[in-house]
Write a protein of this length. Structure first.
Length: 40
């Protein structure tokens, strides 16, 4: 594997993890909002 391809792959992997974690955070916040609303 060439060094450029490795750097590109690592960067894509990090960005992918960031997107997934952002997506999970959004779902978690929605879950909290729904749970909070059901309290009332």
């Amino acid at each position: 594997m060439s060094i450029i391809r490795k750097i590109w792959y690592d960067r894509a992997h990090v960005e992918g993890c960031f997107v997934v974690s952002k997506h999970r955070l959004k779902i978690a916040l929605l879950d909290v909002a729904v749970w909070h609303n059901s309290e009332y």
